[in-house]
Design a protein around this ligand. Structure first.
Ligand code: 7TS
Length: 412
């Protein structure tokens, strides 16, 4: 793998950093193509978590002893890494959550409950993950707000022409994904952010599928909230991030109550801590945060040029080969895509294909990928989805396509 901004790293050197990849499923070498669901973890992330438990395990922000100090420093160092990773203006804008889903629910339950009025409008898109639909539906039901939906075109892109009719003086929030998990489309955010600014609406971006593929700059995006999960960025599960613009986090009410999030507790009245701690009640996922910091270091050591180059090679090679298969249809054909290919083979159920591929050592996703409204628009129940990471190889693409051809022949 080559890159202009980092030293050259070979495929073998990169793959050697991911212990899980080196296994057989039956008599087949594992080919892991389910990276949009979760990425595998490099040894550096596994080591950072093991180091924390073998050397630094203590509760944070409260002890004066040295172990607690080391744990607190490692935890807060990760917050600063994430701040730089997203180019946030302040480290207080980085709130740790349990993941993207939790981050979106936090905004719905704090900002949303405090600021929404009956008749206010929330705009989402037809290609959202359920976690960027259901929290808004629950909120809308409670507050009497209305959900509006940006339609998706046949190529799996937003129908931008519909925006003028959807965004207006009643729009209070636009909550959309940066990249679609089901289609791979990289969405034209400037179109919605500029319209949001015109009408004074807030913008929440679901970056779950973006952060592992290209650099994200929340100041350049000019969004109010940005969410992602560490486990899709080579980090651990159970930990994620909510970026929130400082002025908003300061005025938003807290959500969960408990330790850490308070300033002073009294039966005559409790006062709350400042952001980000106001939103981090209880003992946090300390090793998760430390593992996330190591994951950010890993991505930066690989370099965006190398990531982009490898993922593009894999996407283009796989797309070209899949399109040669008779009766195979790809859903999501935008020219701006990450390494995700959703497809169906005519007359074959996606689960049958997924099972036969698994029997040949190939891990792909089958089903609705938590985007049921999107598949409703296309009139299908779901797809087979292959999603790539830089540790995948062209040889794996070949193995996958041959196994797919064989499976389709068996099922037809
Ligand atoms: N938003 C998007 C765009 C996602 O792709 C996902 C997870 C989520 C939100 C939720 O993230 P979580 O970490 O809170 O669960 N997407 C997928 C997927 O495509 N296959 O499995 C999970």
């Amino acid at each position: 793998m080559t890159s202009t901004d980092t030293p050259r790293i070979t495929d073998a050197e990169l793959r050697a950093q991911f212990p899980l990849l080196h296994q057989k499923l039956g008599r087949y070498d594992l080919v892991y193509l389910d990276n949009a669901a979760t990425t595998q973890k490099p040894q550096s992330v596994i080591d950072a978590i093991a180091h924390y438990y073998t050397r630094d395990n203590a509760n944070i922000h409260r002890g004066v002893h040295q172990i607690a100090t080391r744990a607190t420093e490692a935890f807060e160092a990760s917050r600063e890494k994430v701040q730089r990773f997203l180019n946030a203006a302040h480290k207080e804008e980085i709130v740790f959550t349990s993941g993207t889903t939790d981050a979106i629910n936090l905004v719905a339950q704090t900002w949303g409950r405090a600021d929404l009025m009956p008749g206010d409008e929330i705009v989402v898109s037809e290609m959202e993950h359920h976690s960027n639909i259901v929290p808004w539906q629950m909120l809308a039901q409670e507050k009497g707000a209305v959900i509006k939906v940006i339609p998706v075109t046949a190529t799996g892109e937003w129908n931008i022409e519909a925006l003028d009719a959807l965004i207006g003086s009643r729009t209070k929030l636009i909550a959309v994904n940066h990249v679609s998990n089901a289609l791979g489309t990289i969405n034209p955010l400037h179109e919605v952010v500029s319209r949001a600014r015109e009408v004074g609406a807030c913008v929440l971006l679901d970056g779950a599928q973006a952060v592992s593929h290209f650099p994200v700059d929340v100041q350049a995006l000019d969004c109010d909230f940005y969410c992602f999960s560490a486990h899709k960025l080579y980090g651990p599960t159970g930990i994620g991030v909510l970026y929130g613009r400082r002025q908003l986090l300061e005025t938003m009410p807290p959500w969960r109550g408990g330790g850490e999030m308070i300033d002073r507790v009294s039966f005559s009245g409790t006062t709350y801590n400042k952001p980000p701690y106001k939103f981090e009640a209880g003992t946090p996922h300390i090793e998760g945060v430390i593992g996330l910091g190591a994951a950010v270091d890993f991505v930066q050591s690989l370099g965006w040029d190398a990531i982009h180059q490898r993922e593009n090679e894999l996407l283009h090679a796989a797309t070209e080969r899949l399109l040669r298969i008779d009766g195979l249809k790809i859903y999501g054909t935008s020219s701006r895509k990450v390494g995700v290919i959703s497809f169906l083979a005519e007359g074959i159920h996606p689960y049958d294909l997924g099972t036969l591929l698994d029997n040949q050592g190939i891990a792909v996703r089958t089903g609705h990928h938590c985007t049921q409204p999107l598949w409703e628009r296309f009139g299908i129940p779901g797809t087979v989805r292959a999603s790539f990471a830089p540790y995948n190889t062209i040889q794996e693409v070949d193995t996958f396509v041959s196994a797919l051809e064989k499976s389709i022949d068996m099922l037809r």
